[in-house]
Design a protein around this ligand. Structure first.
Ligand code: UDP
Length: 329
């Protein structure tokens, strides 16, 4: 049985669908602070709980016979992490320590961890490999790096086996159209642009036009949520077959600027998107683009959604039919 923390959140819910579709046993553990109960599929057990609650975690591990954890539960906004670092250090860092304590106590030995490209910080314009230096520019990135370090030490001391997946920019929605990205308030680029397309916002603010990139706006590597989910399942299989603890980047290997993403959204939706230049957002590196060669080589992972157009089309399918996310339209 696999326990998914944050399984009612954006990335977690897509991973739960993928696990369920492949007939794997899964229990969702989520405090529903940012997650949506509507995204938990019928037939999947759900436990409302906090990752700080070591007792509830231990009981849940025993009740369901949990042997592995996929850990998504975290706050994940770069901008907010700069203005409210306490929230990020308390929840992401201390919360993960509590989860690890519960795992060690109940001898749950496998962990797939949701890490981030934000652990790298500014690496120039080249492709980032797993060996690139990790110097986060945001508190959010710093919390993810600290958690990677804990896991390394817990592996050495207690034999915990983990894979840390460093995602670049997750986007898109499930092919069923039933689940997708729904943050409140929304802060991510593609959903905000689609809210402009939906008429829910007047314009998209471009955070900085003076970065050292071809058009001056930040460059990111967008990766489809279903491709991310597939990587988690491969990582877990790898650990269960005796694989060593390791780290993998997950991206498409192509960088797109904020302006290019807006232009592509105009193409996909056939609508004109109003834009305005705004100041830089604290904590943003200029360019983050992945080399994902290591996971392709070692786990046979291959993204199915390998174009920005297919990723934005998938996101638009969800947003155009769920203008208010999981709330009734
Ligand atoms: N961004 C922007 N306007 C927005 C939201 C985001 O210009 O309203 C930029 C942001 O500065 C970053 C990129 O879009 O360079 C992707 O941001 P997002 O928050 O989607 O993901 P992150 O890179 O923080 O994981």
């Amino acid at each position: 049985m696999i326990l998914v923390t944050g399984g009612a959140g954006y990335i977690g819910s897509h991973c739960v669908r993928e696990l369920q579709e492949r007939g794997m046993d899964v229990v969702v553990y989520d405090n529903l602070v940012t997650g949506h109960i509507e995204s938990v599929p019928n037939g999947v057990p759900f436990v409302k709980g906090d990752i700080f609650d070591v007792e509830l975690l231990r009981q849940t591990f025993r009740k369901y016979g949990v042997d592995s954890v996929i850990h998504f539960a975290a706050y994940s906004l770069v901008g907010e992490s700069m203005s409210n670092p306490a929230k990020y250090y308390h929840n992401n860092v201390a919360g993960t320590l509590a989860l690890l304590d519960a795992m060690i106590a109940e001898k749950v030995g496998y962990l797939v961890f949701s890490s981030s490209a934000a652990t790298y910080g500014d690496c120039g314009n080249g492709l980032i490999t797993e060996d690139s230096p990790q110097n986060p520019t945001s508190v959010y990135g710093q919390t993810k790096l600290m958690m990677e370090q804990f896991m390394q030490d817990y592996d050495k001391a207690y034999g915990l086996k983990y894979v840390a997946l460093r995602y670049f920019n997750a986007a898109g929605a499930h092919r069923s159209g039933e689940i997708g990205e729904a943050h409140n308030p929304e802060s991510h680029l593609i959903p905000i642009i689609l809210q402009v397309a939906n008429g829910k916002r007047d314009h998209i603010g471009i955070f900085g036009e003076d970065y050292p990139t071809p058009d001056g706006t930040c460059v990111r590597d967008y990766i489809h949520i279903t491709d991310l989910a597939d990587a988690h399942i491969r990582a877990l299989d790898y650990l269960k077959q005796g694989g060593k603890s390791t780290h993998y980047n997950l991206g498409n290997g192509n960088g797109f600027s904020v302006k290019e993403v807006i232009d592509m959204t105009e193409k996909v939706t056939g609508l004109s998107i109003k834009r305005a230049i705004e100041p830089r957002r604290a904590g943003d590196p200029a360019t983050l683009v992945a080399s994902s060669e290591k996971i392709k080589r070692e786990l046979g992972w291959k993204p199915q959604y390998d174009s920005l157009e297919s990723i934005i089309s998938s996101a638009w399918k969800w947003h155009s039919s769920h203008k208010n996310g999981y709330d009734k339209d």
